[in-house]
Design a binder for this molecule. Structure first.
Ligand SMILES: Cc1cc2nc3c(=O)[nH]c(=O)nc-3n(C[C@H](O)[C@H](O)[C@H](O)COP(=O)(O)OP(=O)(O)OC[C@H]3O[C@@H](n4cnc5c(N)ncnc54)[C@H](O)[C@@H]3O)c2cc1C
Length: 267
């Protein structure tokens, strides 16, 4: 018996099976994965990784969207689901649903001066944006401020050498290195003129000091974009776990918010 098409159950939220085609440890608690699955996405969006019998977790897409057939993620082992994925190897299969979230407003930045400010693993979603910007030559100029605990904790070290051919990269370390301290303390080194578009991702504690310094330098709060992380479950605006400031669902209204909206949410 054949059913008319409207009886066919097309569940877009059902995880799709995808193969890990490459993976390697970056440090004792961070691992990089290449996953075979075609995905149409924007830098700044995320996927839900689904592990049968274990659970799901949201993770930023680290590769640029013009890379077709596979996408990349980088995870830090913190709890049950991330530790389970950490033990998986090349050839293993996981479930993937998404992409979700709004992503960075790439349409606004073509031909503009861009500043990226990343703290710790906040560089992961920004890597997608940086690589695509360099590839597509979207930027008039590109400056990257990246803060990490120490040089060993700096992700994508080999790639950053390449990024330096296209961008000014300012590296800040809490321990070791030339510039010592928090990335927010070195915003001034980016020689800001006020007409830049700024993309920020990192620990929540860096958002306000970074935002305040940028505004001091004349950057409009509408042109500062933060990628915000919250405890998240469904990824599709149903469960309410990621409600932010009583009004935004991080999963569908974000994870990228303008600094203006971020201030509305937290004040
Ligand atoms: C939009 C988005 C993008 C993300 N991108 C990445 C990424 O690229 N790489 C990556 O490693 N992680 C990312 N995370 C965080 C990741 O989803 C959590 O680390 C993961 O859900 C933890 O699951 P678990 O079962 O291993 O830990 P659990 O056993 O659930 O929790 C263990 C501990 O981890 C911490 N934790 C759990 N969830 C979060 C969370 N959402 N944010 C902050 N801390 C959390 C808490 O301290 C918790 O006590 C992202 C989260 C969001 C919302």
């Amino acid at each position: 018996m054949t059913f008319p098409f409207y009886f066919v159950n097309i569940n877009h939220q059902k995880p799709k099976k995808a193969e890990i085609i490459d993976c390697y440890e970056i440090s004792y608690d961070k691992k990089f994965y290449k996953i075979k699955a075609p995905l149409d996405f924007k830098p700044g969006q995320f996927v839900e990784i689904s592990l049968a019998g274990i659970g799901e977790f949201p993770v930023s897409i680290a590769s640029p969207p013009s890379t077709k057939d596979y996408f990349e993620i980088c995870i830090k082992k913190v709890g049950r689901a991330t530790s389970y994925l950490y033990r998986m190897k090349e050839g293993d299969f996981i479930g993937v649903r998404g992409p979700y979230g709004n992503g960075f407003p790439v349409e606004k930045i073509i031909g503009k001066k861009i500043i990226i400010i990343a703290g710790g693993i906040g560089i992961i979603p920004l890597r997608s944006f940086i690589k695509e910007t360099i590839m597509q030559k979207w930027h008039a100029s590109l400056k990257i401020l990246y803060g990490a605990r120490d040089p060993q904790n700096m992700l994508f070290r080999d790639e950053i050498r390449d990024w330096k051919k296209h961008a000014e990269v300012i590296e800040v370390f809490e321990r070791g290195g030339e510039r010592r301290g928090l990335v927010s303390e070195f915003v001034g080194e980016a020689d800001i003129t006020g007409d830049e578009y700024v993309f920020v991702c990192g620990p929540p504690a860096m958002f306000k000091p970074v935002g305040e310094k940028l505004i001091e330098k004349g950057v409009d709060k509408k042109n500062i974009f933060l990628s915000v992380e919250r405890k998240m479950r469904c990824g599709i605006g149903k469960c309410g776990h990621c409600i932010f400031g009583g009004r935004y669902y991080t999963c569908i209204d974000g994870p990228v918010f303008s600094y203006e909206n971020f201030l509305h949410a937290i004040l």
